[in-house]
Design a protein around this ligand. Structure first.
Ligand SMILES: [Zn+2]
Length: 256
């Protein structure tokens, strides 16, 4: 019931809203919860076209620089896209369509999920409550990186960091960064923690992530640019298949 009311509210008010100037970093995972090659292609192209029409799509480098320098007074609605968890459709659908519109995204990857076996995938999918997806291969991740997309770190196994001991938290954060850097031969400076809410990110995790990455991202508090004493940049959760009125609603916020 709460869900239906929320959806009704967003549709009603989102219909009359327009994206407002500001710097938005969006956080998505896939095109639709159930993959369908043909309709997903159309849905995602519709999403990119819609964003291109009402906003200017920018890279994570551009977005983080503007936000870090507190250049919030923008003439346009600027949007950077990020996708978490490393599903196969990032490579097969999302990246090719973004490139068609001259846009580059950031993919936050859990390296143990990439090319994992079925048993591991089952456990991973249970943790994220998404059961219809497959991971990318290393070849696909490497290609996205080569083509100009950014690969960020999302911990090794997608655990809830709040449930782990300090040594396990460090291992989840550092080992994932180490593997990414070894495989892609670059410096991994972007980190997004798992599940995205503030209660999923204990202080030990924040301190560790800050020590080894330049930018840390949440998936909450989107009306404000920062959380946790300005150490964390907030992202807004939006999926490509959501109604345009809902997307409108979230992009119409006057961010602070
Ligand atoms: Zn995730």
């Amino acid at each position: 019931m709460r869900h239906i009311l929320r959806s009704f509210y967003l549709s009603l008010f989102g219909t009359f809203k327009k994206p407002n100037p500001g710097v938005h970093i969006l956080n998505s995972h896939y095109v639709t919860p159930d993959f369908s090659e043909e309709s997903d292609w159309l849905i995602f192209e519709g999403f990119v076209k819609y964003l291109s029409k009402h906003c200017k799509l920018i890279t994570i480098q551009e977005a983080t620089q503007l936000i870090a320098k507190r250049q919030f007074q923008q003439k346009e609605c600027l949007v950077a896209l990020t996708f978490d968890d490393g599903f196969e459709e990032c490579y097969t659908t999302i990246a090719p369509l973004l490139e068609k519109y001259n846009c580059y995204a950031t993919f936050f990857i859990n390296t143990n999920y990439i090319e994992s076996n079925e048993k591991y995938q089952q456990q991973f999918h249970n943790r994220i409550k998404t059961w219809t997806k497959k991971p990318m291969t290393w070849k696909q991740v490497k290609e996205l990186h080569k083509r100009g997309h950014v690969i960020g770190s999302h911990t090794l196994d997608h655990a809830n960091l709040f449930e782990l001991a300090e040594s396990e938290i460090e291992y989840q954060i550092l080992e994932n960064k180490r593997i990414l850097e070894e495989k892609l031969n670059y410096n991994c400076i972007y980190f997004a923690w798992t599940f995205g809410q503030l209660q999923h990110f204990p202080e030990e995790a924040l301190n560790c992530a800050l020590k080894y990455h330049k930018y840390i991202f949440s998936g909450t508090n989107y009306k404000q640019y920062f959380s946790m004493n300005d150490t964390v940049i907030n992202r807004r959760h939006i999926e490509a298949f959501w109604p345009k009125s809902h997307i409108n609603y979230f992009l119409s916020v006057h961010k602070k």
